[in-house]
Ligand binder design. Sequence first.
Ligand code: AMP
Length: 207
Amino acid sequence: MIVVLFGPPAAGKGTQAARIKLTYGIAHLSTGDMLRAAIAQGSETGLKAKAIMDEGKLVPDDVVLGIIAERIVAPDCSKGFVLDGFPRTVNQAKALDLLLSGKERSIGHVVVMEVNEAELVKRVENRASEARKKGDPVRPDDDPETFKKRLAVYKAETTPILPYYESQGKIRRVDGMKPIDEVTAQIDAILSGGKARKSWLPKWLTG
Ligand code: AMP
């Protein structure tokens, strides 16, 4: 199962992808997390990416494509994976299809999480204040001005992917404004082909 979780920044993709990983036993691939890990390690990729990310812009396609190409051949991706924050440009989407077709694999569903802009701004403010309360560092790109830039980049560079996947008949939309568990239930209904379970917890936990 290969799933693309698509949506604006702070739509809740990370939360839902973590649940999909647990429920379906597939890998969770977040290019944002991978880039932040590269920054923390001080690797060459991290050094290249940091300034761009802090400004709310997109890291060059070849950098993220290199990371993804390496990651999807890891053993934990053999059953499938959920992509969170990738692809973010039409070029990335096309390159991903090429990469997968070379391995006789393909994307199953593109799940679009729809959340309005006012709610996204509220969520990112909450995320920053929760981090402050816990004494954790606040993501530099969660600063209000940078967040506005990330939203603008999403609209200009990422949403043009939608017609591409639309033409492949892969788009499934969910109401991302609903409470977290309800969003999970909507996604589960799509991924399980209508046989949605009552709980997002994996079968081995709920019996
Ligand atoms: P995220 O954690 O998904 O919000 O990503 C944080 C930042 O990492 C983005 O604002 C970009 O600067 C960079 N990034 C993550 N994924 C990609 C991608 N697929 N293409 C380009 N840049 C990315």
